[in-house]
Design a protein around this ligand. Sequence first.
Ligand SMILES: Cc1cc2nc3c(=O)[nH]c(=O)nc-3n(C[C@H](O)[C@H](O)[C@H](O)COP(=O)(O)OP(=O)(O)OC[C@H]3O[C@@H](n4cnc5c(N)ncnc54)[C@H](O)[C@@H]3O)c2cc1C
Ligand SMILES: C=Cc1c2[nH]c(c1C)Cc1[nH]c(c(CCC(=O)O)c1C)Cc1[nH]c(c(C)c1CCC(=O)O)Cc1[nH]c(c(C)c1C=C)C2
Length: 450
Amino acid sequence: MKILLLESSNRLGGWIQTSQFDDGTVFEHGPRNMRASGKSAVNSLKLVEDLGLENDIIAVPKSHPAAKKRFLYVNKTISALPSGPLGLITKQPPFSKPLALLAWKEPFKRGTPLHDESVYDFFCRLFDKELAEYAADPLCRGIYAGDCRKLSVKSCFPEVFNLEQKYGSLIRGSLLMDRDKTVPTGLVKKSKDEKWSLWTLRHGLSQITRAIVDVLNSDDRFEILIGVKCEKVDFLGPTAKIQYKGKQVEVDHVLSSVPSRNLASIIEDQHSRLATDLRKIPTVSCGVVNLEFEDFKLQLEGFGHLVPSSEPSKVLGMLYESCVFPEHNRKDGRATRLTCMLGGAWFEEYFGNPDNCDLDLLGEVAVTAVKQQLRVDMRPSRIIIRLQKNCIPQYHVGHCDIMEKLDTYIGEHKLPLTLVGASYRGASVNDCISNAKLEVEKLANRNRSS
Ligand SMILES: Cc1cc2nc3c(=O)[nH]c(=O)nc-3n(C[C@H](O)[C@H](O)[C@H](O)COP(=O)(O)OP(=O)(O)OC[C@H]3O[C@@H](n4cnc5c(N)ncnc54)[C@H](O)[C@@H]3O)c2cc1C
Ligand SMILES: C=Cc1c2[nH]c(c1C)Cc1[nH]c(c(CCC(=O)O)c1C)Cc1[nH]c(c(C)c1CCC(=O)O)Cc1[nH]c(c(C)c1C=C)C2
């Protein structure tokens, strides 16, 4: 068996993009941290172990401020999001009552088996409008850079959706649900023993990409072509013909890990109905501005703050990078790193067409927001501005129906095609890796039994 990997850009890793400087600073322009708990997280830890990277892990334990403290910026004030038992019973701005009072009726509400609804409607129905505005709204901005009034609870937060479906209540469900009883070993055991919340690697997340490429390059079965775009795929019964750089190659199976709209252009000549459905999964663009301030220490300790969509700010949120991973700070320890995320589902409204957007404008908006929101009144000593176009897929209400149509079409037409990647069943790096692994295992089992 031979596996051919085509990558259209001049580097591997997709949105995983790390910059490392000679003075020790590490900046991420895409994903920056990996969740340490949950099934898909366990899978990534095993991968890190298989790649021999375990000694390069930088982990943040659950007890650290970067894991415990998240803030909201509302009414020109930064407030800590309630956490822990005390956080439930004390009133904390911007909430008008303690969280326990906003949530106490939820276990007694009758769970309605619903097909799907928006994250906003779900929170309003189970809890309260205030929780929807100040918890669900920023949460959706901090994970999907998206609008909680459009995002689907079933597709964006399937565990939460399923708890209500199964137990009739989130609070009851989280108390009664089955816990994972598998006995962990190796790095997974270490992560549980040391109660990790999140992690990265010494040289940033691109270290994973590099380690995978090293493994593939040492195996004759793999061929990696960089700077080579897959232009067209024609399915010919049980095989497929792929086209790139004027070449045509026949393959047994196509594993597509490109964004759904790219796949739509690749297959549309032969399968226009499939292409139409693939194009129904929208994406949003984000400005990512990495900032470094010399001879300055941020007094706030935590993961970062989010700005709810009700605030008149072009900023989605800011990450207090120096606090989360101080190991990625400049070696002399004299600088603070922050990352500002802008736009998302509101990008066009605030900055116009991403194709014509001025990067300096994104930088200025970020520096001004840092001044207004964190009161840091100085010019950054380093600034890196990236406009990440169409970088996060949006699972809007009805995404599960699109997925069903895609699966049905591929099944009925017996296409040798598998869909993986962030467009479909989870946008986190953990989800992308674990869903791809599941699909490859299914494929290998099918081949073995045929
Ligand atoms: C700013 C930002 C912050 C994020 N933060 C986090 C985080 O902290 N934690 C987390 O878990 N997740 C985070 N994510 C989400 C996560 O990074 C992505 O969802 C994930 O990396 C997507 O991986 P992928 O393999 O599906 O797709 P991609 O990374 O988009 O890779 C697809 C690849 O396909 C290539 N390609 C496209 N078309 C073709 C073609 N026709 N032929 C050949 N190649 C093609 C592209 O060049 C690209 O390299 C973040 C994302 C962004 C943008
Ligand atoms: C402001 C924009 C964004 C920030 N991070 C992301 C965006 C779009 C992307 C992102 N962040 C997380 C994930 C999912 C990871 C996973 O489920 O494994 C993605 C795709 C993690 C995350 N970040 C925040 C939360 C609440 C989560 C969920 C998981 C967890 O609880 O750890 C909060 C948050 N994100 C950003 C900021 C500034 C922020 C502040 C509190 C940036």
